[in-house]
Design a binder for this molecule. Structure first.
Ligand SMILES: *Cc1c(COP(=O)(O)O)cnc(C)c1O
Length: 397
């Protein structure tokens, strides 16, 4: 057996440069720490980067998804289709409105919501009367679909948009894993009606906590800007003097200048981060390709993978170890892993509230039994990388 690493290698860590620390310190010294000029700058630069007409910075992707659903006027009479393999943030925001989440199964290879799984869900769980799509179970009107670019592999947006158009669905992309990612020569951020990015600690770039919504809908963008800060009418707020107007019961979802300062520098460094993650993923793919029973993630055939995660699948009949023992053995060797994700229908709240049945999601169940994410982040050293490669080969070859 190999000697294990001296220190624990987590599956993800943020990369914070001295430049980023300086930029944040500058904000701290400036006297203006909450939403101000840095947030504006970050929104402008992020929007330019993905080429989106409007970008709205918020304090998390969860807040961003909530604001997008609020902007489309979601109510308790409505339903939203999303994937069963995602983080609870994607589905909890639907529940905020007492609307119904309808889950799709995923494809067996990338574990995504695909045009086929979306169409299958529409046919088996919904009813189309020529004008309105309704949930068979609750008769609620299906208003939107939320595809998730799991791990950073892009969903087939052209076909998803065309299915959405056919059934009058608004498309909100959960792009928490998809920065920077390209789909058919266009960056993720301009495909659907709304795209929501996460700057959580482990994501492609981080602001500690944070998120960004991009959209081409000017009116909705204005609504989201108001609702992220108490529903305060911005025109009145920007006026000198004490007068402002509250036009709705809004939220406290604004990003701070401290966060945005970090974001501005992370954005500049994002390409280098992405290059390093891509390099590590390529090395893993090369080193692991001869391991029997281990299915490796693929390059994005339709664009550019963000390589947010490196997820592998172990076939319990062929591989030397089952997934759970593999995880335990890696932990003993000081190598961290994570699982993306426990299917939504497995969680007690969702099971109890919506009565989801796991038999309806065979590919999601299979994925849950077999996959695991190995360490992948820009700050990994060559030694870190080698430790993962050696441990995996030692255990499975
Ligand atoms: C991280 C994550 C979110 C939530 O992001 P926050 O910024 O932490 O709110 C949403 N969806 C997916 C798929 C995620 O991985």
């Amino acid at each position: 057996m190999l000697t294990s690493r001296k220190t624990f290698l987590p599956f993800a860590l943020p990369s914070i440069s001295e430049d980023a620390i300086e930029e944040v310190a500058g904000v701290l010294r400036s006297g203006w720490v909450t939403s101000g000029p840095k947030v504006k700058q970050f929104e402008m630069e992020f929007g330019d980067f993905v080429r989106a007409p409007h970008s709205i910075a918020v304090n998390s992707a969860t807040a961003g998804l909530h604001l997008a659903l609020e902007a489309i006027g979601l109510t308790e009479e409505d339903a939203v289709i999303t994937t069963s393999i995602t983080f609870t943030a994607t589905t909890e925001v639907i529940c905020y409105f007492h609307a119904e989440p309808i889950l799709t199964d995923v494809d067996p290879i990338h574990n995504l919501l695909t045009p086929a799984t979306l169409q299958e869900t529409i046919e088996s769980k919904c009813k189309w009367d020529g004008k309105v799509l309704r949930s068979v179970k609750t008769k609620k009107q299906v208003k939107a679909v939320i595809p998730v670019h799991l791990a950073g592999y892009t969903c087939n947006m052209e076909e998803i948009l065309s299915i959405a158009k056919k059934y009058n669905l608004i498309v909100i992309e959960d792009a928490a894993h998809a920065f920077p990612a390209v789909h058919k020569n266009k960056m993720i951020g301009t495909w659907g009606d709304y795209t929501v990015f996460s700057f959580y600690a482990t994501k492609g770039i981080t602001t500690g906590e944070g998120g960004m919504i991009t959209t081409s809908h000017a009116e909705a963008a204005e609504r989201m800007r108001k609702m992220r800060l108490h529903g305060i009418n911005r025109d009145a707020f920007n006026r000198p003097g004490w007068y402002y107007e509250v036009v709705d019961a809004g939220y406290k979802y604004n990003m701070t200048d401290i966060q945005a300062a970090l974001g501005v520098v992370q954005l500049k460094e994002s390409h280098a981060f992405w290059e390093r993650r891509t390099e590590i993923a390529k090395h893993y793919n090369e080193e692991f390709k001869s391991i029997k029973g281990l299915t490796l993630p693929k390059e994005d055939k339709d664009g550019q993978h963000s390589w947010h995660l490196y997820r592998v699948e172990l076939d319990p009949k062929v591989a030397k170890l089952g997934r759970d023992s593999f995880v335990e053995e890696l932990k003993d060797r000081n190598i961290g892993t994570s699982l993306h994700f426990i299917p939504i229908f497995e969680h007690p709240y969702y099971k109890k509230t919506f009565g989801f049945k796991r038999e309806e999601y065979p590919n999601a169940c299979r994925m849950y039994d077999r996959t695991i994410s190995l360490p992948l982040f820009a700050g990994m050293t060559e030694n870190d990388e080698k430790d993962v490669i050696d441990a995996v080969k030692d255990l499975l070859l």
